[in-house]
Write a protein that binds this ligand. Structure first.
Ligand code: PHB
Length: 370
């Protein structure tokens, strides 16, 4: 029986164990540049089998929150090089999560103060995080988006491709395509946020088109074995919904099977919330989702996420339900989470007030076991 602490090869990624650090927004990158302290933060957690960075914007247009990092400027790539260098020095493996927020943004964060972009001009009932003129951070409602012109979509695909290239330049081991949590790609997938009448809206095939065009581009650029993807079939995060998520996401994973990806990362339920959260008429069947992927020939590692404790994670891996399990908040407060899980040691509590923004406190000062 496989254990959470066994090594795993996922595509081109060689992982020391099955414990993954989930992507976690920390808002500590002024002007979208990761600071030296980010290298300390990630290196402290390098005993994870895989580190997934915080969501990282592929373009200025893809930015939706103050002080989140990017991967489209030379200074950003230099900032990330410090992170990958420190993680590799510590023996870890790290991928960067590629992010376009779509409508979850604010005019003050967009090029020339313009409207955020979306599949359709529908404002999300959601908030974003901005910094006011006095330098104070606050949550504020997202701005009304404009619908993307079909002629603009190749430019967005190209931005993803360039960001994947930049990831390799910054010495990342690979990338994770963020197709979850109500951001741009998920906005296209879900019928509530996508009311287009062109080739990118309507049928499931059309709504998934952008996702596959982006995957075509980034796998051609850096090789599918260095690419993972994150999906969240029923999450209501950022005001997305779909009345019929099972056929939609079964279609998505069957399409993913043809690439030879490193992994498929699935958020079960409401992101950061209830695992049994339901959209549509029936509970979502994650085992059926995984079977659909395997039956279509998908060989990537299957990564489960959302509220697993150590025992549940061990059980998920031992039973074959998942190959990898991602932990979020527990990794913020436990840099040595792998050791603590292995030894069944108590975990440090996290301090929610230091999740977003700030400095060292709540970032690089959580204690490890001695
Ligand atoms: C956030 O910044 O709050 C955030 C970012 C990416 C996610 C979820 C939440 O996938």
């Amino acid at each position: 029986m496989p254990s959470l602490f066994d090594p795993l090869v996922a595509g081109e990624l060689k992982l020391a164990n099955r414990v993954v650090m989930a992507p976690l927004t920390r808002n500590r990158s002024p002007k979208a540049v990761p600071q030296p302290i980010a290298a300390t933060y990630y290196a402290q957690r390098a005993t994870a089998g895989l580190l997934i960075t915080e969501a990282t914007a592929i373009s200025h247009q893809g930015q939706g929150y103050a002080d989140v990092p990017g991967l489209y400027g030379a200074d950003q790539i230099e900032g990330w090089k410090r992170v990958t260098g420190a993680v590799h020095e510590a023996g870890g493996c790290i991928v960067v999560q590629l992010w376009h927020v779509g409508r979850i943004s604010h005019t003050s964060l967009q090029p020339n103060g313009g409207a955020p972009v979306a599949p359709s001009a529908i404002t999300a009932k959601s908030k974003t995080y901005v910094i006011d003129a006095e330098g104070k951070g606050e949550f504020t409602p997202t701005s009304a988006p404009r619908a993307l012109n079909i002629e603009e979509l190749p430019g967005i695909v190209s931005d993803y491709r360039k960001a994947a290239r930049a990831a390799i330049e910054a010495a990342f081991d690979g990338v994770e395509l963020h197709a979850a949590n109500g951001y741009l790609i998920d906005q296209f997938l879900r019928s509530d946020s996508n009311q287009r009448t062109d080739a990118y809206g309507g049928s499931i095939e059309n709504r998934a088109r952008l996702l596959f065009e982006v995957l075509d581009a980034i796998t051609a650029e850096i090789g599918a074995g260095r690419v993972g993807i994150r999906i969240s079939p029923v999450t209501p995060a950022n005001d997305v919904s779909d009345p019929n998520p099972q056929p939609l996401f079964n279609y998505v994973v069957e399409g993913l099977a043809r690439y030879g990806l490193a992994y498929v990362h699935v958020i079960e339920g409401a992101t950061g919330g209830a695992r049994d959260f339901q959209q549509g008429d029936a509970p979502f069947d994650y085992a059926a989702l995984k079977s659909a992927y395997r039956e279509a020939g998908g060989k990537g590692a299957w990564m489960a996420n959302n509220g697993y404790d150590g025992a549940q994670a061990q059980q998920a891996v031992a039973s074959g339900q998942a190959d990898l399990v991602a932990f979020g908040k527990a990794f913020i407060s436990n840099p040595d989470l792998v050791r603590r899980l292995r030894e069944q040691a108590p975990l440090n509590d996290w301090d929610q007030s230091t999740f977003y923004g700030g400095g060292e406190r709540g970032y690089v000062d959580y204690p490890v076991l001695t």
